[in-house]
Design a protein around this ligand. Structure first.
Ligand SMILES: Cc1ncc(COP(=O)(O)O)c(C=O)c1O
Length: 377
């Protein structure tokens, strides 16, 4: 087992993707000025239909998706946007870049997704929007969030960067809020290398997202609003179409792997395995355990042990976003401001359950974790 290497994430790229990209490259039509070329347009239609929304807009990253969504909603100077602290920094940075202020709130201890009550308590007259994040592929408590948001007239932008195909009460992640944003970064459940998608049922938001991704141009060289170059290339879209066709099958393998690993890890007192409400079908982006505090053998030591043994266990995220130097400096957040997120950041450890993880890998991971806790390191 000495040379074993189990990566935390690994894309599943087959001959079909290679063929589609080769065909596309031979056409010579690599991209378009507007971003809805033949392949990107087809990818958008298929993705919209998969998620169950009217419109999908392909962009070149999940960050671009979030940024365009905020711009399309008219979020800017003087506005507050509520963001959970337990997320990748992109969720907050796009708010700041738009000139608005991210207001961080704590998460629910079971799912590590935004706590609806904390969201409600953070609303002020400046609040314009909220970005619930579907952490590790588990959808946030969307019914409660939508009720509060509708009551206060707030826009809900789902950060579904980790939640392709995840289901909340029969609805797909990205179809519940006013806008949904996905990432197709190479680590994700489906990938285009870099890439992203915006989903919505609102024709005007869709129109403005399309404009924003191509410098606000309605026709070539006719800008009607500000924007950037956030277009997806045709070859990325060609990969995305194939990846989407495999998504449900690959997500089923993730679910199976997560269930098997959960079974193997039962009964280790120091760790808590993830559980989900019965009405949620997560996409199992990663399998995140918690190494409970107060132990001599901490999360960091376990991570080191696993990495030394060829298991790329990872911490998402070692710092909740309010404790990044940027946000501590800007708004004066301190340790202690959002205790659930802070405790989680000290305890979480993500293990791989992607489709390339074999049954033997799952057994090996569990064996190494048990070994760690039963010996004197
Ligand atoms: C929760 C979350 N939001 C946003 C992003 C940003 O996506 P991208 O890396 O495609 O810009 C990521 C990507 O890792 C993410 O995990």
């Amino acid at each position: 087992m000495a040379n074993k290497k189990i990566r935390i994430n690994q894309p599943v790229i087959d001959e079909a993707e290679v063929e589609e990209v080769s065909k596309l490259l031979r056409t010579g039509m690599l991209t378009t000025w507007h971003g809805s070329g033949e392949k990107a347009g087809e990818f958008e239609r298929r993705f919209a239909s998969y998620v169950g929304v009217e419109y999908a807009i392909a962009v070149n990253s999940g960050t671009a998706a979030l940024h365009a969504a905020l711009a399309a909603c008219g979020i800017g100077y003087g506005d507050d946007v509520i963001v959970p602290a337990m997320t990748f920094v992109a969720t907050a940075n796009v708010v700041l870049i738009q000139g608005a202020r991210p207001v961080f709130v704590d998460v629910a201890p079971e799912t590590l997704c935004m706590d609806p009550e904390k969201f409600q308590n953070a609303i002020t007259e400046n609040t314009k929007a909220v970005i619930p994040v579907h952490v590790y592929g588990c959808p946030a408590e969307m019914d409660a969030i939508m009720d509060i948001a509708e009551d206060k007239g707030l826009i809900v932008i789902e950060d579904a960067a980790q939640a392709h195909g995840a289901i909340y009460k029969g609805r797909k992640a990205g179809s519940i809020g006013h806008i949904g944003c996905f990432s197709f970064f190479a680590s994700k459940n489906m990938t285009t290398g870099e890439g992203g998608m915006i989903t919505t049922n609102d024709a005007e938001y869709a129109r403005r997202c399309r404009l924003f991704r191509t410098h606000g141009q309605e026709e070539a060289h006719m800008a009607v609003m500000p924007g950037l170059n956030y277009r997806m290339t045709e070859f990325e879209a060609a990969i995305g179409i194939v990846q989407l066709s495999k998504l449900d099958r690959l997500n089923d393998i993730r679910t199976r792997n997560a269930n098997i690993l959960g079974g193997y890890l039962k009964g280790i007192p120091a760790i808590v395995t993830p559980t989900f409400p019965f009405y949620i079908k997560p996409s199992h982006y990663v399998y995140t355990i918690r190494v409970k505090g107060g132990l001599k053998k901490s999360r960091d030591a376990l991570q080191k042990y696993l990495v030394e043994n060829g298991i790329e266990a990872a911490v998402y995220w070692p710092n909740p976003v309010h404790l990044h130097p940027l946000y501590m400096g800007l708004y004066g957040y301190q340790r202690g401001s959002l205790p659930v997120s802070e405790e989680a950041s000290d305890e979480v450890l993500s293990l791989p359950v992607h489709p390339k993880v074999s049954d033997e890998d799952l057994r090996y991971m569990a064996e190494k974790i048990r070994e760690f806790f039963s010996s004197d390191f």
